[in-house]
Write a protein that binds this ligand. Structure first.
Ligand code: GRG
Length: 302
């Protein structure tokens, strides 16, 4: 089960990261900009600041902290990653993709504004992520900032999230087998979670061994996140049984839970948490919060 202390930690963290994200959307002298379209900024604020668990920035900051990284820098990199994650949600909700009206308990950006503005707000958030990491205010050595930009480009790009989304859309016509599902999920949702954990090691300037260990931890977390997400879809579909749409009925087909069953999924979640726990054992008590994070991801209810 999830510890109440961990949930409090995550909520407190969400309050800590909020002003950092808000700051990214306010005009500063350094950027040399003359003007910004106010309605576009409003739409970006709507997509970025309206709730969310802030799990990815939490992982950046906690993995950096485990390895002695600079906290203000980790907060900025975490905020950048949340900009990129929020962009993916804004675009995923568009009529051409998942066509959702609600996100994080509020109307989606294209409902609250309009479709063209939602596309641009997503583009703006994506670009802002890289601006934020590269900017000198992210007080890290040049090498670390370049490594972060490169790692995030790869996690978010054609070999990562965007490629995974394309495979997912293709899977609607041509159902993939187990291996195909694992690959597409590792790309679509796993890559950003893995980046979050490796970012902490890059920020801390950690040795290759720690980097590899945290990448692996991020991979395990990504798998657990996706299986938990598939289980949540099934339980939420069961809750709305009778008024299920065609889209709802399709869910589960292209997932590991759909292919291997709920009992397998529950056992696999426990196995992934165990593997994450032993992976982090060299760090002793310092890694406790990351072990709690793995348990939270496996057992989350939203
Ligand atoms: C449109 C380029 C593009 C990519 C979309 C990540 C993604 C790819 C789409 C999101 C669709 C979706 C609901 C995937 C399931 C996993 C997921 C990313 C859920 C949302 O993440 P949470 O639970 O959300 O961390 P919060 O709101 O807490 O940030």
């Amino acid at each position: 089960e999830i510890s109440a202390t961990f949930e409090t930690c995550l909520r407190n963290f969400a309050s800590e990261i909020l002003p950092v994200m808000t700051g990214l959307l306010s005009l500063t002298a350094e950027t040399g900009e003359i003007a910004r379209p106010a309605h576009l900024i409003e739409a970006m604020r709507h997509g970025l600041l309206n709730g969310g668990k802030r799990l990815r920035p939490f992982l950046v900051v906690e993995t950096a902290s485990l390895l002695g990284g600079n906290r203000p820098a980790a907060l900025r990199v975490g905020a950048a990653l949340e900009c990129l994650h929020s962009y993916s949600l804004v675009h995923d909700d568009l009529p051409a993709m998942d066509d959702d009206d609600m996100r994080r308990g509020k109307p989606t950006v294209h409902i609250a504004f309009d479709e063209a503005t939602a596309i641009l707000a997503g583009d703006g958030l994506l670009t802002l992520a890289f601006d934020t990491i590269a900017a000198p205010e992210t007080a890290l050595p040049d090498k670390a900032r370049i490594d972060l930009v490169l790692a995030l480009s790869r996690a978010a790009g054609i070999g990562g999230m965007v490629g995974g989304q394309a495979l997912d859309l293709a899977a609607e016509k041509n159902a993939p087998g187990e291996e195909g599902v694992v690959t597409l999920q590792a790309m679509k949702t796993g890559a950003l979670l893995r980046f979050a954990c490796e970012a902490g090691a890059i920020i801390a300037g950690a040795p290759a061994g720690d980097l590899a260990r945290l990448r692996r931890y991020g991979e395990l977390l990504g798998r657990a996140f996706q299986i938990a997400d598939d289980l949540l879809d099934i339980t939420s579909d069961a809750a709305t049984l009778g008024k299920a749409t065609g889209k709802d009925a399709d869910r589960g087909k292209g997932t590991l839970v759909g292919l291997k069953g709920q009992d397998w999924a529950v056992a696999e979640l426990a196995r992934l948490v165990d593997e994450a726990t032993s992976l982090l054992s060299p760090y002793g008590g310092k890694a406790r919060i990351l072990i709690e994070a793995a348990k939270f991801v496996a057992a989350r209810q939203n």
